[in-house]
Design a protein around this ligand. Structure first.
Ligand code: NAI
Length: 471
C-alpha cells in the first residue's frame, strides 16, 4: 500500500510526488501520456518558450542587428530545425522528470488512473493501460490531472478542431509551414504568445478579443502600453469583437465577426487558432462513482488544505479554482505534501505572479490600480521607464516601464507591473519584496548593481515617494 498516489505528472503532480518522497512517504505517480511533465512541459510553457526565443532571435536578426552594426545578409528560416530544437528542449526536460522520479524512488505507472473504491483508510485506484489493468492501494491520493482546451463548440461555434485550418495551441506549436495569415480567437496569454511567434516569423496575425482589452487582470495603463508595443510589431487587435460563425473553404477559413456596433465583418485567413481558455480535465477519473464534488465550472471543490469533500483525496493545479499556471500548481503540490506529512503548509495566492512571454515581456504581481480603487485602498504610484536605464539603452531594449503601487500610509508594496525586457525575471525581485511585506522604501534603499535592468524597479520604488534620481 502506498502512502500517496498522485494522478497526473504535470508540474503540480510531479513536484508534489517529489516532496512527498522527500518527506519519507511511499509515493507513486500515474501518467496517461508516454512522457512525464504534463501540458506545461510537453505542449505548453516549455515548447512555446523555445519557439518564442527562436522567433525573437529571427526578428532581432532582421529588424535590429543592423542597429548594432551587424550585417547578416539574407536571413531565412529553417522551420524544421526550429521545431526539432524545440522538441529536443522538451525531450531533455521530460527525461529530466523521469530521472527525478527514479532518483526519489517514486513508482511511475503508465496508464489512466481511475478511482475504483474509496474508504477512509484505503483508496483503490485502477491503472488502465492498453496492455493490462492493475489495482493499486493508497492511504492518500492527489488529483493533479490538469486541464484541456476550451473548444469552438464550447463557445458556440459550429466547427471542429481539425488540426489543419482550425487549430489549438498544441497544433500552433508544431506547424509544418509558416501560414500567410492567422486569426486568433482570444487575446489571453496563449493568443498573445503564439500570435507573437507566428507574427515574428511572417504570418499576418489578427487577434479577436471579446472583452474591451487584452489581459484584463493587468493594470489598465500597463495593458495599453503592452498592447501598443505589440501593435507596433504588426499584431492587429479587434477588441470588443466576437467571432460568431466560421466557414471552412478549400484553402482558407472565413470568420464572421460581430463588431461593437453589432455589424458583422468577415476575415479570411489560412488558419484560425482557438485560444479562449482551458477547462479542468477530470475525464476517466470516475469521480462520480466515489462522490468527489465539482463546482458549477467543473472544477474539483477543495477546502483550505486542498482536500476534496472526501477525506484523504486532495486536488491541485488546473483541476481546482484559481489561475491555470504551472507555478500555482507547484506551490499547491508542495503544500499538499506538507499537509499529508503533518507539516505546516500554506500557499500565498495573493502573490502569484503572472507573466506573458511576448517581447517586451509583460509581468505582474499583486493588485492593479483599478483593483485598489475598487477596494477603496489609498495608494501612491511610482513609475520608471526602461528608456532612462543605461543597461536597457545599451541593449537597445528601451520599450516599456515599471509601475509600483504602495499603500499610502504604510508604504507596503501592493502591486507591481512591468512591461519591458526580461520583465519575467525582474518581477522576481518584486515578488520577494512583497513576500517579506516590503515597502517601496525598502526596495528603493536596497543596493542594485549598475548598470542593470533591475535599477528600473529601484527607481520606480523611489518614485513612489517622488525620490527617483534619473526621472
Ligand atoms: P486565457 O484565459 O488567458 O485567455 C482567453 C481569452 O479569450 C480571454 O481574454 C477571454 O476574454 C477571451 N475569450 C473568451 N471567449 C472568447 C470568444 N468567444 N471570442 C473572443 N475572445 C474570447 O486563456 P488562454 O490564452 O487560452 O490560456 C489558457 C491557460 O493557459 C490560461 O489559464 C493561461 O494562464 C495558461 N497559460 C499561461 C501561460 C503563461 O503563464 N505564460 C502561457 C500559456 C498559457
Amino acid at each position: 500500500m502506498y502512502d500517496v498516489v498522485v494522478i497526473g505528472s504535470g508540474p503540480g503532480g510531479y513536484v508534489c510526488a517529489i516532496r512527498c518522497a522527500q518527506l519519507g512517504l511511499k509515493t507513486a505517480i500515474i501518467e496517461k501520456n508516454a512522457t512525464l511533465g504534463g501540458t506545461c512541459l510537453n505542449i505548453g510553457c516549455i515548447p512555446s518558450k523555445a519557439l518564442l526565443d527562436s522567433s525573437e532571435k529571427y526578428y532581432q536578426a532582421i529588424h535590429h542587428f543592423k542597429e548594432h552594426g551587424i550585417q547578416v545578409g539574407n536571413v531565412s528560416i529553417d522551420l524544421d530545425t526550429m521545431m526539432k530544437r524545440k522538441d529536443q528542449v522538451v525531450k531533455e526536460l521530460t527525461d529530466g522528470v523521469r530521472f527525478l522520479m527514479n532518483k526519489n524512488k517514486i513508482q511511475v505507472y503508465s496508464g489512466v488512473g481511475s478511482f475504483y473504491s474509496y474508504s477512509l483508510n484505503k483508496i483503490e485506484i485502477q491503472v488502465k493501460n492498453p496492455q493490462k489493468e492493475e489495482i493499486i492501494e493508497t492511504k492518500k491520493c492527489v488529483i493533479a490531472t490538469g486541464s484541456q482546451v476550451i473548444t469552438p463548440k464550447d463557445i458556440g461555434l459550429n466547427v471542429e478542431i481539425d488540426g489543419e485550418k482550425i487549430i489549438v495551441s498544441d497544433h500552433a506549436l508544431a506547424l509544418k509551414s509558416i501560414p500567410k495569415s492567422m486569426l486568433v480567437i482570444g487575446g489571453g496569454v496563449i493568443g498573445l504568445e503564439l500570435g507573437s511567434v507566428w507574427s515574428r516569423l511572417g504570418t499576418n496575425v489578427t487577434i479577436v478579443e471579446v472583452l474591451p482589452d487584452i489581459l484584463m487582470n493587468l493594470d489598465g495603463k500597463m495593458r495599453q502600453i503592452a498592447r501598443k508595443a505589440l501593435e507596433k510589431q504588426g499584431l492587429k487587435f479587434l477588441l470588443n469583437h466576437k467571432v460568431v460563425d466560421i466557414q471552412l473553404k478549400k484553402d482558407s477559413v472565413i470568420s464572421k465577426i460581430q463588431t461593437p456596433k453589432n455589424e458583422t465583418i468577415e476575415i479570411e485567413t489560412e488558419k484560425v487558432l482557438v485560444a479562449v481558455g482551458r477547462k479542468p480535465y477530470t475525464n476517466g477519473l470516475n469521480l462520480e462513482k466515489i462522490g468527489v464534488e465539482l463546482n458549477q465550472r467543473g472544477r474539483i471543490k477543495v477546502n483550505q488544505h486542498l482536500e476534496t469533500n472526501l477525506k484523504n483525496i486532495y486536488a491541485i493545479g488546473d483541476v481546482i479554482e484559481g489561475p491555470m499556471l504551472a507555478h500555482k500548481a507547484e506551490e499547491e503540490g508542495i503544500a499538499v505534501a506538507h499537509h499529508i506529512a503533518n507539516k505546516y503548509a500554506h500557499v500565498n495566492y495573493d502573490l502569484c505572479p503572472y507573466v506573458v512571454y511576448t517581447w517586451p515581456e509583460i509581468a505582474w504581481v499583486g493588485k492593479s490600480e483599478e483593483k485598489l480603487i475598487e477596494e477603496g485602498i489609498e495608494y501612491n504610484v511610482g513609475t520608471f521607464l526602461f528608456k532612462a536605464n543605461g543597461r536597457a539603452k545599451g541593449m537597445g531594449e528601451t520599450e516599456g516601464q515599471v509601475k509600483i503601487l504602495a499603500h499610502k500610509k504604510t508604504d507596503k508594496i501592493l502591486g507591481v507591473s512591468i512591461v519591458g525586457p526580461y520583465a519575467s525575471e525582474i518581477l522576481g525581485e518584486a515578488v520577494i519584496a512583497m513576500e517579506f511585506s516590503g515597502s517601496s522604501e525598502d526596495l528603493g534603499r536596497s543596493f542594485h548593481s549598475h548598470p542593470n535592468l533591475l535599477e528600473v524597479i529601484k527607481e520606480a520604488a523611489l518614485d513612489v515617494n517622488k525620490e527617483a534620481i534619473h526621472k
